[in-house]
Ligand binder design. Sequence first.
Ligand SMILES: [Zn+2]
Ligand SMILES: [Zn+2]
Length: 310
Amino acid sequence: MGETVATNRIQVVRATAWRDAVIKILEPRSPYRPWRIPAGIKRGDAVLVVLETNPVSVIADIREVGVDGSALRALARFLDSGLPWREPPALLELATLRALTGFSLPDDGDPATVLGRAALTTAIGQRQAAPSGGDYLDGHTSLAAAAILLVSLGRCTGCGDKLGLAAADARDRLHIRSVDLAPSQRRVPVADDPPEEPRRLSQQGYGPDDIRIGVWRPGRFPTDWPAVLCDTCHGRMQHGGFDSFLRLRFSLHPPCPSCAAQWTMRTYAGFAAVLRSEPWMFHTGCCPRRIWVCAACGHEWGPSSDPEAG
Ligand SMILES: [Zn+2]
Ligand SMILES: [Zn+2]
């Protein structure tokens, strides 16, 4: 956007220290200087960021150098989407981008490349349109670690506190917990299913019982969840005897007063730009309900989750 006239040049900015680079994206005030910026960048050039993760990845968001001609300023705007919420850019494996577009990295000494910028932008734009956040989060690669840190938006997945990314030692004070590949394929119920409800047999009836919604089905959660932890939550994890981050996360909610299970979800309601997929959050649709709901038995308690209701 703006008055800049786009050139047909794609400038590849590389970051060897991917952790520093993600921190810098999330917190432009960070003192880190992760970018290797090619000489000769001009207003209107596109900037494509390559992170030297394993496997090598690119940020699926092309930034355009503005009238100030500053690549650094263009790189500081990844989270300025113009939307009322902040959404992290997605990562894309370089090999995937190459397969989609034929794009190949120029040699290090030859940073500027002129090739189908439109095709590249389209491929990356389609990528952005896909639901973001859920890609590459599984597995123990540094690509997964970078993606986990990116979707954290700089907050601890445990307590929700800011990770203090502007600090000089930020890179040493965050703890990225990656998970085994595709934990979503191994979802386990947190409690036994209740007995089958007899009313379900008369779904075509007209009595008042027939419009009841079925009984509560216990939540089925992955065995673990990727996370970035602050020092405090990292310590909790180490000393609390938790066998997974998910257990730690649920331990931060009160246990169910009805069945004593430690699988309490916090509810949220209303318009949500991005429906949160975290197992410890529960979207109740348009209407606020009680703030806590037990994933094991369905018991709801506490004040309303409506923020305006206090
Ligand atoms: Zn924390
Ligand atoms: Zn319960």
